[in-house]
Design a protein around this ligand. Sequence first.
Ligand code: NAI
Ligand code: SOE
Length: 386
Amino acid sequence: MKSLNVGMIGGGFMAKAHSLAISGVNMFFDDGIVLNRKMIAEVNEEMAKDAARRFGYEKYTTNWRTLVEDPDIDIVDIVTPNNLHMEMAIAAANAGKHIICEKPLGRNSNETKKILAAVEKANVKNLVAFNYRKTPAVALAKKFIDEGSIGKILNFRGTYLQDWSADPESPLSWRFKKDVAGSGALGDIGTHVIDFAHFLVGKIDEVMSMSKTWIKDRPIQTGGLDTLGNKSAENTERGVVDVDDEISTLLRFKNGAVGSIEATRNAWGRNNFLTFEIHGEKGSLYFNYERRDELQVFFAEDGDDRRGFKTVYTGTPHPYGEGLWPIPAIGIGYSEVKIIEMHDFLQAIIQDKECEPNFNEGHKIAQVSDAIIESSKKQKWVKTNV
Ligand code: NAI
Ligand code: SOE
């Protein structure tokens, strides 16, 4: 059986998710490629050693360039804060490695354009981790749309609402610093909704947006790893938040559909409230990641006497069902979504085809994000140029 060696850069939240997927993908999908967790990079000896032990890597380094340049490494998996994606991805492409990079691909479209040029020149497989589109219920929505079950799409309403940083005392981590994150709620969570919009409806042509920074300073977090809202007595000094907490945007799609996106991390009571509702000429679809086994569907042809949404629980007859659990509603989790993402990445290598979504799509999402920022400043409709 073919085997490939993975080098992971970063040892935080996403290193855990990606390492689980690397170790679990063959148990679900039996792709015929063994993935070896070869090397992991972190910022210092203690963190690198600890990450290697916890996530099961043979070796560790405190210099990510050592990992990228190692001839034994076939796949570079980038799970560091956003400001590092460009340098790492370009170095990995220049070294001829296949690349998985966490979202957003870069801090803005100037960066993503350079990353895209590097992978196109190197002709390596490239996947940007907008993983939520891999949820079977989302893939099922795409299938229904492609089959014409809801007809021509009129409207897309997408939200990503969280509350982990709604408390002004929750720490100022890298996610609240423009020089590291690029943007706030927009890049961190709004981009997942842009990905849904592009995946399910089509390219966004124009945006009209508002953005807000409600909490203007927070206690500075010590250490590079984001504790995602968890407070510490150590954090006393306050620092300025220079990114958005919230964005709302109207959309015009190239195919004539219209819609909206809301993203905020200040929505008390909402945890990972990533939703879409899509209205077509012949029906509607609704998805909420907090209930990710379910797709709510309404087909107009069902007749007046049975009008109302019904719930489809995803299982074996649905996308990716052949590899997942044999009974619907046993439960799709975040780990399964990441395993599906890894399976698709391996299939792109095996079949020598493009990954979905690839860096080209990651670049387009950055172009839409840039247009949202520009529109918020100018208070005008702005073209995305995608
Ligand atoms: P985190 O803060 O938990 O971990 C980042 C790690 O990178 C830290 O341990 C830090 O020490 C390490 N790091 C920083 N500089 C480094 C360097 N030069 N070399 C090696 N390691 C370095 O961050 P998290 O949540 O894992 O986020 C990482 C990326 O994943 C971000 O781009 C984020 O937007 C994305 N993300 C995506 C998610 C998704 O659902 N697709 C979920 C969460 C994060
Ligand atoms: C924090 O908002 C975060 O971890 C994002 O960075 C991820 O992209 C999202 O999927 C979950 O929330």
